[in-house]
Design a protein around this ligand. Sequence first.
Ligand code: FAD
Ligand code: DLZ
Ligand code: SF4
Length: 521
Amino acid sequence: MTTLIPVLGDQLSHNLASLREADPRSSIVLMMEVGEETTYVRHHPHKIILIFSAMRHFAEELRERGFAVDYIQLDDPENGGSFTAEVGRAVRRHEAEGIRVVEGAEWRVQKALEGWSERFGVPVEILPDDRFICPLPDFFTWAARADKPVMEFFYRDQRRRTGLLMEADGKPAGGQWNFDKDNRSGPPHEGDLPSRCPVEPDAVTREVISLVAKRFPNHFGRVEGFGLPVTAVGAAAAFDEFVATRLPLFGTYQDAMVVGEDLLFHAAMSTSMNCGLLDPLDACRKVEAAWRAGKAPLNAAEGFIRQIIGWREYMRGMYWLEMPGLGAANALAATRPLPDFYWTGETDMRCLAESIRNTRDNAYAHHIQRLMVLGNFALLAGVLPQAISDWFLVVYADAYEWVEHPNVIGMSQWADGGRIATKPYAASGAYIDRMSDYCRNCVYDVRKKVGPRACPFNALYWDFLARHESKLAGNHRLRNQYATWSRMGTEKQEAYREWAKRFLDGLNPAEPGWARSATTE
Ligand code: FAD
Ligand code: DLZ
Ligand code: SF4
């Protein structure tokens, strides 16, 4: 009996549940480059290069382990263009009597998998994705018990579950669960900035780069500058470099932003983790070991581990808890089309221009650029959550709906009405000025509230709070802000609102087609 084992582009892990106990003599592994995955949104070329190159390397590694791998390339003339079409062809080609597959990480893919048994008339075993640390049923049980599923409490359970940064008496290392208050320094001095070695593309990656340049010439971004790891060995080396050189200051400068410095002390490992090349728990154990060996301070190790076993796992749980409603959520009834500068990068607002520049060049921006610049602006301007969500899904090499939707629609746009974030991540120019050197290099004046050359974030911030007063004034975390707003007096309030309106009226909407094209490429 032949079992077909489809391995999807974000399942490139040798310990994948479907491969772990598979008998190579009676299994065929199916890997497929398909048009639908490349253009359901028009991904940044770096993401397509990453996935195709990593898939091709992984297929070779499986062959070396003795597996028969049926690998369908994008330009195969028979290519059916979707997972379902290719699985159907493979079932017939190999006369497969069963399919074993790990669950899809995205709602739309999981729904397709669930239809395969009926469609192809063979049994389909769908296995849980146990590369995540918290099984989904456990997450749902935890969320059902909580009054409100708050990340911080989930994170503490995850620390207990994994034993990471725990002492023998069951207390957290250093006597505290969270060292976030030590992690809010503004930009570092120039001499402190680390450098990073990108991975040199090998022959496989170079072939994929040519394919992507030819097939997807009009996607946002560029093929040049691709330097991501495409194998588990490469990802481990890149991660070790992070632990040795950037982890010690990761915590301290986690929220900082600097012109021309795209990475700072961040790991840049979400791309590897999300497609399966780097195991999240292994990464956390390495970080814990660095702290125990005295090579990184506790605020850095805790900060990093919280991002993985806390935020990453929590976002995945919330995605499956809240879908499909989360995709369409719009609690603040925002309707504005995405401004065109998100695609062109042409704006005088230095914070946005910088964040979009490095997004276009590297398919990367770090957390605070995503949340407090790119997301914050869309939130304040009242952009339709699904329009900004599509943008985020297109532009980042680490973007998959399971992590993008809860971060963008939930955390950044508050479109889920506060299920994920206890208050909207809305901020005026003062926050960006405190955490970056952008304002020093901007034509706008961050201290000016209204009038020509006033930083647009200032009027937009108060206009946002005023627009949503009925929904947000009761939020205890916004009490001070609303108290300030009411003390301001009508004249000042009107000046803010008038200036915000003038600014918003001057925004150009993006041309349609950047994120989703009408035709398949
Ligand atoms: P580091 O700052 O070095 O953090 C270490 C790791 O922690 C990351 O590699 C990532 O795996 C994990 N992590 C940290 N924060 C989060 C989070 N909020 N959710 C999930 N994992 C987290 N991350 C994605 O992987 N894909 C996305 O599509 C994505 N979209 C985002 C959109 C918005 C609006 C925001 C605010 C955040 C988004 N994130 C997303 C989370 C975070 O910004 C990225 O994981 C991080 O910037 C990746 O870079 P890094 O590896 O250098 O991260
Ligand atoms: C992101 C992506 C792209 C661009 N292309 C492919 C592909 O051709 N074949 C494939 O197996 N996977 C691809 N992926 C990753 C999938 O989109 C991802 O596996 C699903 O969205 C499930 O999360
Ligand atoms: Fe951004 Fe305003 Fe600062 Fe300019 S002044 S960089 S627009 S926050």
